[in-house]
Design a protein around this ligand. Structure first.
Ligand code: NAP
Length: 293
């Protein structure tokens, strides 16, 4: 069994980005600028946004944080999005989810200028991804693809089973794995809560991508020998064994499953760090106007 080390891989990607930023600025280009909008005081969202801002600093990007409390109206948030669309210094921005219940996430996403949609959630970005056209890819699925690529894992002709069909992970990663590209060209089965005989299907997976948010859901009897496992799940539980007082758990029962796997991502240190690295990659693409003029 070999670990797919997302921490190490993301450090390499960040170093590559930092070098490119240095070159860009030396040749008279502008410093890439990412803005993040954080609404309310959800602890996990705060942690994610802080990690994104810190990552920007590490690679030499400029970053801005727009913070409002959860009483903000939808109209006010739409105005913030519009202002960020119009701000020429900002190359890309994200609106951290979840948003308060009285705000439509879809409406906010649709208002983001696709040129600045570095989360890759705008319907234009999703459509381009599905058509295999160059565009921002959603960071978590992009991170999974990049990890498979950098570890030279063969995906062509393999059976890839995805568990979970969310708009941010399961659905897009199933599209990316099925595309005619490398990595890609897999035969994909997308499963969800209505899937019958799930373990019969997961047992046939050469590559198993799990994103459902249930600690230890995938057990050894559900996988075949030699499977490649990508565990996207993050369940945060209190712990008296860590400094932070929290411990993160994946959707895969690592202890029982890892001896059967050829490759597996740990949690933490697998997909999580890759997600941030790919957000930075998208922001660099935005600054270089790779997809739009
Ligand atoms: P989500 O919106 O929470 O949806 C969960 C998906 O799992 C749904 O499609 C659901 O099916 C499916 N599901 C639930 N129970 C199931 C079962 N018993 N059998 C088969 N499928 C089942 O998904 P998400 O937002 O992608 O999040 C999933 C996990 O990934 C969470 O733990 C989240 O924290 C984590 N995550 C991690 C990262 C990272 O950077 N590492 C990024 C994003 C998310 P239905 O559609 O039928 O309800």
């Amino acid at each position: 069994m070999q670990l797919l080390d997302g921490r190490l891989t993301s450090a390499t990607i960040k170093e590559e980005i930092a070098n490119e930023v240095e070159q860009l600025v030396k040749s008279g280009g502008k410093v890439p600028h990412l803005a993040a909008v954080l609404i309310g005081d959800d602890g996990a969202s705060e942690t994610y946004v802080n990690a994104k801002i810190k990552a920007c600093e590490r690679v030499g990007f400029k970053s801005s944080l727009v913070r409002r409390d959860s009483s903000i109206t939808e109209e006010e948030l739409l105005q913030i999005v519009q202002d960020l669309n119009d701000d020429d210094d900002i190359d890309g921005f994200i609106v951290q989810s979840p948003l308060p219940d009285h705000i439509s996430e879809l409406k906010i996403t649709e208002t983001i200028d696709p040129k600045k949609d570095v989360d890759g959630f705008h319907p234009t970005s999703v459509g381009k991804m599905a058509l295999n056209l160059p565009t921002y890819l959603p960071a978590t699925p992009y991170g999974i693809i990049e990890l498979l690529k950098r570890y030279n894992i063969e995906t062509s002709g393999k059976h890839c089973v995805v568990v979970g069909r969310s708009h941010i992970v399961g659905s897009p990663v199933s599209i990316l794995m099925a595309r005619n590209s490398n990595p890609g060209n897999a035969t994909v089965t997308l499963t969800h809560s209505r899937t019958q005989n799930l373990s019969e299907i997961t047992k046939t997976a050469d590559i198993l991508i799990v994103a459902l948010g249930k600690k230890g859901f995938i057990t050894a009897d559900m996988v075949k020998e030699g499977v490649v496992i990508i565990d996207v799940g993050i369940t945060r539980l209190p712990s008296d064994k860590t400094k932070s007082g929290w411990k993160l758990w994946g959707d895969v029962d690592f202890e029982s499953v890892s001896p059967k796997a050829s490759y597996i991502t740990p949690v933490p240190g697998g997909v999580g760090p890759m997600t941030i690295a790919m957000l930075l990659t998208n922001t660099l693409s935005a600054a270089k106007k790779e997809f739009y003029q």
